[in-house]
Ligand binder design. Structure first.
Ligand SMILES: [Zn+2]
Length: 334
């Protein structure tokens, strides 16, 4: 008989390098980075082809997330069992340079790709920024396919993009079909469908380390953009049904809540998995004597008993100021 999957899972983060990366995954999120100045992404929870999260401890230590989806579907996914792989991908991104302007397909469009993939709807929560940091999200009102095409030919795509200077904690919801780019200086948590389907529209007329421009996918991007979508503004958080919980995104693909925890906070017991991401402060899971620090992630399987996140240290403690509580994202399927 196999061990049962009823405890909160921690995974080994998977680091990705890029020219636009930096060191903030270590300095702000406590990631154990090696040497180098180009750490761009920390994939916290992923089951996408060869990219596989591996369980760190407990009876499932060493197993991939995909193996858990295959062998423990009911325990892991509960009411959402019956999927071939884990549907969501969670990462942190450290963007020290502006990322390329891109767009992702819907599930329908991505199913026709070779090889087929999921669509990619995503959301960001801003964890750090520079005073001048920008987010590009959606097209300016009235930008048609023709106008965008002309701007791309002129190398002047930026004039078509809705541009925002985000505040710390802002959440942006980017459904498939929405043109977007993260600007220089941003550190974000990103939740997305577990997909790699990206069409690059514009790369700011840049070249890579070898002096070559990166490939663009302009035709596919233009065919994928939802030209009715318009500008994207930060989400307006709404109170949810538990004190300290606010809803940032409620969509068909995921729900994203932000929880502020002053003492204890109950999660789970609703036959669905929960991805819990600590954005500030330190906590522990009830009965498990292992700290859960800023930048760490837990996957609570659907079969786990409901438990409590217990505050160890809030945001304000270090400065000796007033206690602000810990901040945790709770991500789950609707
Ligand atoms: Zn994207």
């Amino acid at each position: 008989m196999s061990a049962s999957l009823n405890y909160p899972l921690r995974f080994q983060p998977i680091f990705h390098h890029a020219l636009w990366g930096g060191r903030r995954l270590a300095t702000m999120l406590g990631k154990p980075l090696g040497a180098g100045e180009d750490f761009a992404e920390s994939w916290e929870v992923v089951d996408h082809r060869q990219d596989q999260s591996v369980v760190l401890d407990g009876p499932m230590a060493g197993q991939t997330l995909h193996a858990l989806v295959c062998d423990h579907a009911d325990e892991l996914l509960g009411r959402h069992a019956g999927r071939e792989r884990f549907p969501l991908l969670l990462k942190f991104l450290d963007a020290n340079r502006t990322l390329s302007v891109q767009v992702h397909p819907t599930d329908e469009q991505a199913a026709r790709l070779e090889p087929p993939d999921l669509g990619k709807t995503e959301a960001w929560v801003v964890l750090a920024k520079e005073p001048e940091s920008k987010i590009y999200a959606g097209l300016k009102p009235g930008v048609t396919r023709l106008r965008l095409q002309q701007a791309l030919e002129d190398g002047a795509c930026e004039a078509c993009l809705h541009t925002i200077r985000p505040a710390l904690g802002d959440c942006f919801y980017i459904p498939a079909g929405t043109v977007h780019a993260l600007g220089a200086g941003l550190l974000v948590a990103e939740i997305q469908q577990a997909s790699d389907a990206t069409f690059r529209l514009f790369d700011w007329n840049r070249t890579d380390a070898d002096g070559k421009p990166r490939p663009l996918h302009i035709e596919q991007a233009l065919a994928t953009i939802d030209f009715n979508r318009g500008p994207v503004e930060p989400q307006r958080p709404c109170p949810a049904d538990q004190p300290g919980r606010e809803r940032l995104v409620e969509s068909d693909t995921f729900v994203l809540d932000r929880c502020t925890i002053h003492e204890t906070f109950v999660v789970g017991g609703d036959h669905r998995f929960h991805l819990l991401v600590v954005l500030a402060g330190a906590l522990e899971w009830s009965g498990v004597d292992a700290p859960l620090r800023t930048g760490q992630t837990l996957l609570l399987p659907a079969a786990a008993d409901p438990g409590e996140l217990v505050l160890r240290r809030g945001r304000g403690d270090a400065e000796g100021g007033k206690l602000l509580g810990a901040v945790v994202l709770d991500i789950y399927l609707p």
